[in-house]
Design a protein around this ligand. Structure first.
Ligand SMILES: NC(=O)c1ccc[n+]([C@@H]2O[C@H](COP(=O)([O-])OP(=O)(O)OC[C@H]3O[C@@H](n4cnc5c(N)ncnc54)[C@H](OP(=O)(O)O)[C@@H]3O)[C@@H](O)[C@H]2O)c1
Length: 364
């Protein structure tokens, strides 16, 4: 039987073959039906920021051990990016994953920054001891293809499952020009190239990987994404805008959400850092204290509650805490299976610590 993907691949080939000026070539690519959009089938995954030497160095051995521990605990969805440690995170994931059967795991990486060898590049970044590369932003179609080829080389893999357009967002002051100009470049470049790759069957899904909701809402209006990696937007600390604006817009289109930074880059695991900054607004420290008090009364581990809270909405396909050690990877995987009493969630709602309509593992 001919599968839908084979039909789409044939259609894409016909469209390419028709060339410029032909009617078929001018048609927008067919939009994916909501029910056909790819979702990672694993509700709990692992993010690759920490093993890209974020904040402090991590050895190759410790990274490999963390990945092995995650794998042994059943984790099968992994997210990385060329940006994480300027290629280091992808290389570490590749070193581990090339020994696994390709169909046994789902992998996402990102496009948007191209890496060039440069021994003299020494800009202070959140990556420690990073390799001798500089980066430049490129959201064009050519840059997207080049980035994916580079990623595959670093990973030592033959294909990617999901590709996110990375950090094209109003909070990224490093973009060099207004983000909306870069957004237009991406809509005409990366978005079209990725849609075509999906239709050809070389990737399963694409979307944006960003720390604000605006690019996702705009992309839904202007293109045909399948999935967003929404970071720093849906945690126990802050979630209203994602819950009330982004999630309904995604559900309408059958687009799913991967929750990035579910611990607010470690804050909800007790680290003194909030969303990649050591400058922490007092209201968040006070809220964490209140959350801790309720968690203690119910005998609940706050990090576990944070991960389960982010996983609860139907629209969320996966939650991907970052882990840099065996201990973190094991604990985070175990958190997915822990039982949390429904009274805990009820108290968070009655204390107005989470939105009244936020799905919870027991009610949602
Ligand atoms: N724009 C984007 O596309 C975007 C943005 C952000 C994140 N993401 C993705 O989302 C993933 C998750 O975000 P994240 O890693 O930045 O932040 P996160 O998951 O909120 O927090 C990860 C940090 O929390 C600490 N931690 C994790 N597990 C712990 C445990 N069991 N016990 C104690 N501490 C623990 C570690 O801090 P230490 O490192 O200090 O040990 C770790 O680096 C990323 O790795 C990345 O894949 C994507």
């Amino acid at each position: 039987m001919t599968t839908r993907r084979e039909v789409l691949a044939a259609l894409a080939a016909a469209t390419l073959g028709a060339g410029r000026g032909a009617t078929a070539g001018d048609r927008p690519p067919p939009k994916n039906e909501p029910s056909e959009r790819f979702r990672p089938p694993h509700k709990h995954g692992m993010g690759g920021v920490a093993i890209g030497n974020a904040f402090r160095p991590t050895t190759d051995e410790a990274s490999h051990a963390a990945l092995q521990a995650a794998w042994d605990a059943g984790i099968r969805y992994f997210d990385t990016s060329p940006w994480y440690g300027l290629g280091l995170s992808e290389r570490r994931f590749g070193q581990f994953l090339h020994n696994q059967k390709r169909d046994d795991f789902v992998l996402s990486t990102k496009i948007g920054r191209l890496l060039q060898p440069d021994d003299s590049f020494d800009k202070p970044l959140m990556w420690k001891d990073y390799p001798p590369f500089r980066y430049e932003y490129d959201y064009t179609a050519d840059g997207t293809r080049r980035s994916i080829e580079d990623s595959l080389q670093r990973l030592g893999l033959g294909h990617l499952d999901v590709v996110f357009i990375h950090d094209l967002s109003p909070d990224n002051g490093d973009l060099g020009r207004d983000w909306t100009q870069q957004f237009d470049v991406a809509m005409n470049g990366a978005a079209k190239a990725l849609t075509r790759m999906r239709e050809e069957g070389t990737i399963k899904a694409w979307g944006f990987g960003v720390n604000t909701i605006e690019p996702c809402l705009m992309a839904l209006k202007q293109s045909d994404p399948d999935i967003f990696l929404s970071a720093c937007q849906y945690s126990l600390i802050e979630h209203e805008a994602a819950l009330h604006e982004l999630f309904p817009a995604c559900e309408e289109r059958g687009v799913s959400i991967v929750v990035g930074a579910p611990l607010n880059s470690g804050f909800l695991a007790g680290v003194d850092r909030y969303n990649y900054s050591t400058t922490i607004p007092e209201r968040f420290t006070a809220k964490r204290e209140k959350l801790r008090e309720v968690a203690k009364r119910h005998g609940v581990d706050l990090r576990t509650a944070a991960l389960q809270f982010s996983a609860a909405p139907r629209v969320v396909s996966s939650v991907i805490p970052g882990s840099r050690s065996v201990e973190q990877a094991t604990q985070n995987a175990e958190s997915a299976r822990a039982e949390i009493p429904s009274d805990f969630w009820a108290e968070l709602k009655s204390e107005k610590l989470i939105a009244a309509d936020a799905p919870t593992p027991t009610a949602g």
